[in-house]
Design a protein around this ligand. Structure first.
Ligand code: CUA
Length: 159
C-alpha cells in the first residue's frame, strides 16, 4: 500500500502529539501531584441544616492558628457570607450543597472547586494578600446563577 509522504508526515505528527499529551499527563500526575481529589465523604443533602457540622456553617479558628471554613451552597446563596479569614494562615474549606451542583471560586486565587450535593468538598489554601476577594459560583445552577456570589475578606494578621 502506498502512503503519500504528506499523509505519513501528518500521521506521525498526530502520533507524536498523543505521546506529548500523555507524557504531560504522566509528568503532572507524578511530579506535580495533579490528580483527582482522593477525599470522598458523603453527607445527606436533604437534611443538611440538621447536620451537626453543616447545620451551622461558619468560620472557626483552631488552637494551632489554622482556620476551618464550613460552608453550604444553595440556590443562589453562600453560607457563610462573607467569609473572614486571617492572612497567612492555612484555611481549610469544607463545602457542600443543599440542592444542585455549584462551583466555588475565589477570583484571583487558586481556590476553585465543585460543590456537589451529597458530597463534602475539602481543600486547604493560604491567602497571603489581605483584601476583599469575590467568590463566584462557576457552575450553572439555575436562573439566578449569575447572582450567586459572596465575599472572602482576608484580614491583616495581628501577629
Ligand atoms: Cu450556584 Cu451557579
Amino acid at each position: 500500500m502506498k502512503v503519500d509522504l504528506y499523509e505519513k508526515i501528518w500521521m506521525w505528527a498526530s502520533v507524536a502529539l498523543i505521546v506529548v499529551f500523555l507524557t504531560t499527563l504522566a509528568l503532572a500526575a507524578g511530579s506535580q501531584a495533579v490528580r483527582p481529589p482522593s477525599h470522598i465523604e458523603t453527607v445527606d443533602p436533604t437534611t443538611i441544616y440538621e447536620h451537626p457540622e453543616f447545620g451551622s456553617p461558619g468560620v472557626e479558628t483552631r488552637p494551632d492558628g489554622s482556620v476551618l471554613v464550613t460552608g453550604v451552597a444553595q440556590m443562589f446563596i453562600w453560607d457563610p457570607d462573607p467569609i473572614e479569614v486571617p492572612a497567612g494562615a492555612p484555611v481549610t474549606f469544607r463545602l457542600t450543597s443543599a440542592d444542585v451542583i455549584h462551583g466555588f471560586q475565589v477570583v484571583g486565587t487558586n481556590a476553585n472547586a465543585m460543590v456537589i450535593p451529597g458530597y463534602v468538598t475539602e481543600f486547604t489554601m493560604t491567602f497571603d494578600e489581605p483584601g476583599e476577594y469575590l467568590i463566584l459560583c462557576h457552575e450553572y445552577c439555575g436562573l439566578l446563577h449569575h447572582e450567586m456570589m459572596s465575599k472572602l475578606i482576608v484580614e491583616e494578621s495581628s501577629s
